[in-house]
Write a protein that binds this ligand. Structure first.
Ligand code: CP3
Length: 355
């Protein structure tokens, strides 16, 4: 079926568009009262992820409220370690935890390589269901965590500020770290390809904790594995390219290397201006971002001003997808997100040539 709104897919491939497409990281989430209602009906966050009808429902909720140019399938990056036997659970206020974190060399050696189209079949079912419900309105984005970001949670047993256990592993036992990251890269490749096969029309890899590494360690333990994933992905499906976005938070010193990874677009956090990023990487890849999520806490006029500054910073021409520089936070008033999306719709055509 032909997509009615393919702005996102065109912008990611740096093709001409009549306005800048917009989607929001974590667009389905706790800032929406309807999300909280569905989550409470599901009983838990994990049940919500594992029930395709409910995952589909929360995926579509933000699209009913806002004129977004894409859906992102509702799930979590930590479903992969969950099906590798680490058993994910959430403690309210404390974030994700694992019952069986990685504690020894043996735990890494014995880590299974799961058949993700089987064990994460609920994600594939959610992808198919969302595609059916979207009925060609906007494209659907699939996603995964980067091997390094997944490894930090698996080794730390949950969230961390210092990553001391994960960093001890890469410095003290680099061979073992590579064995874990290699296994994760293979699994992520299979996982994203299965999402593409089920109907995901673009994919994003979240390298949320890349910025915790030194430049040298970043290249060796994070970027290398993302490049390996990118080279193993299905890049064309249903007669169209399937664009790949890398979102590496805190990695603006690595932009050139990231742009050479083989991806189609880079997601940027808010600490770099789009104009600087564009000057540095030229026309190699599209750029996605990068409004500070905290701007959404300010009044609608302020939001509009910062949308305008972000569009100005990228400037005229192709290859920009509007987004925040990280996920939307639970304390945002949904009307403020409407202000952002309306501002992108009204202000961005001036940066593009009418078709
Ligand atoms: O963007 C979307 O709308 C899709 C949904 C999505 C979720 N998690 C749902 C979720 C996506 C893309 C993610 C990715 C994810 N999960 C990342 C990478 C993105 C990023 O923000 O950098 C990471 C690091 C995780 C791990 C994770 N999951 C954490 C740290 C937490 C709890 C902390 C927090 O933000 O509150 C989760 C839980 C989670 N995943 C929630 C949602 C909506 C909140 C759970 C709830 O409903 O209580």
């Amino acid at each position: 079926m032909k997509l009615k709104n393919d702005l996102l897919l065109r912008a990611l491939m740096r093709e001409p568009v009549e306005r800048t497409p917009v989607w929001i990281m974590r667009q389905a989430g706790r800032y929406l009262p309807e999300y909280l209602k569905t989550r409470s009906e599901a009983g838990s966050f994990m049940n919500l992820c594992q029930t395709p009808e409910l995952a589909c429902e929360v995926t579509l909720q933000p699209l009913r409220r806002f004129r977004l140019d894409a859906a992102i399938v509702f799930s979590d990056i930590l479903t992969i370690p969950d099906v590798m036997g680490l058993k994910l659970y959430f403690v309210s206020g404390e974030g994700p935890k694992f019952e069986n974190p990685i504690r020894s060399a043996g735990d890494i050696e014995n880590l299974p390589s799961p058949d993700v189209s089987e064990s994460l079949g609920y994600v594939m079912d959610a992808v198919s269901l969302v595609r059916r419900e979207l009925n060609g309105e906007v494209p659907l984005i699939g996603f995964s965590g980067s091997p390094w970001t997944l490894a930090t949670y698996m080794i730390e047993g949950g969230s961390s500020k210092t990553f001391s256990k994960a960093k001890t592993l890469i410095y003290q036992e680099p061979g073992l770290a590579h064995s874990l990251l290699g296994k994760l890269a293979d699994t992520v490749t299979d996982y994203l390809n299965a999402q593409i096969e089920s109907g995901a029309q673009a994919v994003q890899i979240f390298d949320t904790w890349g910025g915790a590494l030194s430049s040298q360690a970043y290249q060796e333990f994070s970027l290398r594995y993302m490049a390996r994933i990118v080279s193993g992905l299905t890049r064309e499906h249903e007669g169209r390219p399937v664009p790949v976005i890398l979102f590496s938070k805190g990695c603006n010193t690595q932009l050139e290397a990231l742009a050479d990874s083989g991806c189609d677009a880079l997601g940027l956090d808010w600490t770099i201006s789009l104009s600087e990023a564009r000057n540095r990487i030229g026309e190699r890849v599209a750029l996605q971002g990068n409004l500070d999520p905290a701007v959404l806490l300010a009044d609608p006029e302020v939001i509009r001003k910062h949308v305008s500054l972000t569009l100005d910073s990228f400037g005229d021409g192709n290859g920009h997808v509007f987004n925040l520089g990280h996920g939307i936070t639970p304390d945002v008033n949904p009307d403020h997100l409407s202000a952002l999306i309306n501002a992108v719709g009204e202000l961005s055509p001036a940066f593009h040539q009418a078709p």
